[in-house]
Design a protein around this ligand. Structure first.
Ligand SMILES: C[S@@+](CC[C@H](N)C(=O)[O-])C[C@H]1O[C@@H](n2cnc3c(N)ncnc32)[C@H](O)[C@@H]1O
Length: 279
């Protein structure tokens, strides 16, 4: 479950729970808080719940989608840790939700090092919950925008050794980067910064699964949130993996990526997910 103090319901300008960081606006819905609401967390406001409910009305399977995405993230990190990866760059972390990346990775290898990155002030306000890793390993949090890719790589290098393999994680974030901001260039820059044997693990909301209902859900969220969402087809998501070798079973609906149980595999989602290895 998510951590932190339950926020007030009243919209307006509010201080985050620990008061250490800038005031943020709770009158406009934010993706991290809507996502937290769908996951059953407490770190969301009335406007986030209104946006979340409007989207759910349009696409009731959305609730399964977000949970399938989180389960995919868990399985992908476990797979990577079991494959010997000891360094993770998790961009678009979201509000802490157990298990977080460091808990999964350090559960396999306590010496794992994890750098979290997000640009939402509420995620920053809760970042302390992400910095509680095993003493053998390391965790860090960067308040940064994915589009400032060079700055992220520079700052992450204080915790991660970029001469050794790194898993770059972009879970449910690329739909928030429109084509005009060059998401393919951003992913290529990240993939170019890590050595052979590194991995890219990503999920992205699909524009070619449950097409009408998913588009309506996007439009409903758009009534509450200024950030434009770009959903992508299977072929468009595959382009992010250019130059990488896809790990079996390739790019699939997230619930079909190495599910632990038949029930998990049967839970619907409208996200493509996959893991690629840099040769
Ligand atoms: C839908 S949540 C996904 C959370 C988590 N990765 C998961 O899959 O469970 C997307 C996260 O990406 C963050 N985000 C969106 N745009 C971003 C950007 N340009 N740079 C950094 N973080 C961003 C949001 O604040 C939010 O926390």
């Amino acid at each position: 479950m998510t951590t932190g103090t339950p926020p007030a319901d009243e919209p307006g300008l509010q201080d985050p729970p620990d008061g250490d960081h800038p005031t943020f606006d709770t009158s406009v819905a934010h993706v991290a808080r809507i996502y937290d609401y769908w996951l059953g967390g407490k770190d969301n406001y009335a406007v986030d719940r209104a946006a979340g409910d409007a989207a759910l009305k349009a696409y009731p399977d959305l609730i399964h989608s977000v949970r399938s995405n989180r389960a995919f993230m868990t399985r992908a990190v476990r797979f990577l840790a079991e494959a010997g990866i000891r360094q993770f760059l998790d961009i678009g972390t979201g509000i802490p939700t157990v298990p977080n990346t460091h808990e999964i990775a350090q559960g396999v290898a306590p010496a794992s090092r994890v750098v979290y990155v997000d640009n939402d002030p509420i995620v920053l306000a809760h970042a302390r919950a992400l910095l509680t890793g095993a003493p053998e390993g390391a965790t860090d949090y960067l308040d940064a925008d994915l589009r400032d890719t060079g700055a992220i790589l520079d700052r992450a290098a204080q915790t991660l050794d970029f001469s050794q393999p790194v898993a770059v994680m972009l879970m449910a974030i690329l739909h928030l980067v429109p084509d005009i901001d060059d998401p393919y260039g951003i992913v290529a820059q990240l993939a170019g910064a890590v050595p052979a044997g590194s991995y890219l693990a990503l999920s992205q909301i699909a524009s070619d699964i449950d097409v009408d209902a998913v588009a309506e859900a996007r439009d409903q969220v758009g009534r509450y949130m200024p950030v434009k969402q770009t959903y992508r087809t299977h072929a468009e998501v595959m382009r992010f993996f250019e130059g990488l070798e896809m790990v079996d079973p390739g790019l699939v609906p997230v619930q079909k990526w190495r599910p632990d149980t038949a029930a998990e595999a049967a839970r619907p989602s409208a996200l493509w997910g996959g893991v690629g290895r840099k040769p």
